[in-house]
Design a binder for this molecule. Sequence first.
Ligand code: FRU
Length: 482
Amino acid sequence: MAEALAAIDSSRAHLDPDYPRFHVAPPIGRLNDPNGLVVVDGTYHAFYQFGPFFPARRLIYWGHASSTDLLQWQTHAPAIAPSSWYDRSGVYSGGAVVADGTVWLHYTGNVKDADDRRSSYQCAVTTDDLATFVKHPANPLIPSPPPGYTAHVRDPQIIDDGDGYLMLLGAQRADETGCILAYRASSLDSWEFAGELTFPGVDGLDRFGYMWECPNLLRVPDEQTGAIRDVLIFCPQGIDPVGDGFVNIFACGYMVGRLDGTVFHTEGDFIELDRGFEFYAPQAFRAPSGEAPVLLGWVGNASEDDQPSLRDHGWVHVLSIPRTLTLRDGVLRQRPAVDAEPARALALQGTTVGADPVVIDELTGATSYWLTLEVEPEASAWELTLAGGGDSRVALTFRPGEMTVDRSATRYPHGGRRTLALDMPARVRVDLIHDRSVTEVFVDDGRIAFSMRTFLAPGERTLSIAADAGLRVVAARVGLLG
Ligand code: FRU
């Protein structure tokens, strides 16, 4: 741990103009999945996969940040170090559960031997003060995968379902297809294999990618009926794109339904959670019964670490803005959960925009903000352009039935342009969260989320809007967040 703390101390990452102001980012090195999300006494604790020595070494710890408003995050010392025989090659992802005032963080201990052969051990640490984390003396709590599965078994998520505890694990069958395993326990240190999750009536899920990572079962309220549904999120690796969807290196999606034992009764398709260039491995803070859970995802992709922030300032990747999740017509709505709802009306509000780009003066020079627009596009194409120094820019173009995001004129090397088919209502709400080098777009009141890194060139930042025919801007508001 001392070596990780020294690396953090030596870091100058926070001086980087690309370092976000209100997104969780690593104090140095690499961040990937959010882990162990838990709220204790009104404070949100977000742990995350943290490689303090990256890119020299890939060794993974659990990093730790906390916040009372989901906007300002404080960095703490790493919570779990890869210091035991059962986690010595990395403390991999997992989830939190609170029992009798003690927070349990389950994780996967990853071990690679001299021949690069992998073992996976399901383990736990406990903490009573969120400052001292004690590895459980009985670790590893699950020492080996059940027969019929490979060593790719990881990412425990624990659910207290009233009848005891359920653990879901991402896994790979011996025939190299992906699945989710379930274990049950009445006490958190004693797990019994309960079987594989099954999906009766759904074709193709038994051969859907070679490995499923990061399963999460959430209870999500339907915003029209108040009914609570189970939403099962998972990340299948190795599936084919479907039309313009699932095109990132690994996919992340969800199914709505009801879990009964190990049987998941689905009520719809596997839907991509976020349509952006970068998004993976999300998990959520558990909400009190009936309330909307708050999700955080990794705005990054495996193998896309070659980024300007790493080269120049020694850090890479961020977590998404926290998002409240509700359901509407069987589809998740994701809305920024931070308490900074745009309140300041812009001069643009109430105007009609034409072909001459209108620069939103109030945002000139701003690098971190939340913009809300409500527009009535009728048949017109319209465009929002986020520009930085030189001619760097990111353009969002909305045409009837589709949206195109073009970030080819940025410093970011991984993927330039993407078009999605998108039906939109006559009046559409678009929320744009921009925070220095990360941008999240929520279209149609949270129905489509689109996350991406937007490394604009240094220089004054502007946001402008233009349309080929008159675009009525019913509402235009901003919250300057950081
Ligand atoms: C997902 C993942 C997890 C694993 C972790 C390792 O991004 O591959 O399955 O636990 O990252 O950092």
